[in-house]
Design a protein around this ligand. Structure first.
Ligand code: PGA
Length: 248
């Protein structure tokens, strides 16, 4: 079976002005160069759209990949404020985060819309990172697994392969709260997701992953990396998470 290369992805969300973004990625780039290839994981930075061009320029040739945080399903057209997958690819992106809970809850995105966006990402040659996760109320009601499985069923186009799709399991109640799921719950949910998704797919965990908890969470057998929000804005914290997979 193909080895699933670990992936540590930074989701900057709506944070960072040009100088902050440049400084952050200059530091990360230096650390990658110092580490000399012994990282044990892929690294991805997903800055806000305003910084993609600048950050992409700095990261060129660094081995750190560039990703967007959302895209529209159409390739172009009268969609004020939106960005197409083709535009992300044009800026050097290789990945795009889709279906994040902040888009599902803050912008009312449905599974069907997320599925169309994933298809758009593939049309443009991007890897889609599909986010799924239950709310606190759904977990308390015992509906966590059902919720996530229904998001997977509704959001993944039938042509999905491990090369084109990454799943990020992010319990909504763990995002930006400092709370994390128990290792048992993470392991169980990841195993369930694996049973229902293409062979060899990478399944990331997200939700308050930080320098303190990363070594416990990221070494669980079915966890293939992390989608990191808050801690990705600080070079030392993000680097500590990347180093969870250091091979020397
Ligand atoms: P957090 O965000 O690490 O700040 O909890 C994760 C995410 O929303 O992807």
């Amino acid at each position: 079976m193909a080895i699933r290369t670990k992936l540590v992805a930074g989701n900057w969300k709506m944070n960072g002005l040009r100088q902050d973004g440049a400084q952050l990625v200059h530091t990360l780039k230096e650390r990658v160069a110092e580490a000399g290839g012994a990282l044990g994981c892929d690294i991805l930075a997903c800055p806000p759209a305003t910084l993609l061009s600048e950050v992409g320029g700095i990261l060129a040739g660094s081995g750190i990949a560039l990703g967007g945080q959302d895209c529209h399903a159409a390739p172009k057209g009268p969609y004020t404020g939106d960005i197409s997958a083709e535009m992300l690819a044009d800026l050097g992106c290789s990945h795009v985060i889709l279906g994040h809970s902040e888009r599902r809850h803050g912008h009312g995105e449905t599974d069907a819309e997320v599925r169309d966006k994933i298809a758009a990402a593939w049309r443009a040659g991007l890897v889609a990172i599909l986010c799924v996760g239950e709310t606190q109320a759904q977990r308390q009601a015992g509906d966590a697994v059902e919720t996530v499985m229904s998001q997977l069923a509704g959001s993944i186009p039938c042509a999905a392969t491990a090369a084109k799709l990454v799943i990020a399991y992010e319990p909504v109640w763990a995002i930006g709260t400092g709370l994390t799921a128990t290792t048992e719950d993470i392991a169980a949910m990841h195993a369930d997701i694996r049973r229902r998704t293409p062979n060899g797919i990478r399944i990331l965990y997200g939700g308050s992953v930080n320098a303190g908890n990363c070594s416990t969470i990221l070494t669980l057998p079915e966890v293939d990396g992390a989608l990191v929000g808050g801690a990705s804005l600080n070079a030392d914290d993000f680097w500590a998470i990347v180093r969870s997979y250091a091979t020397e």
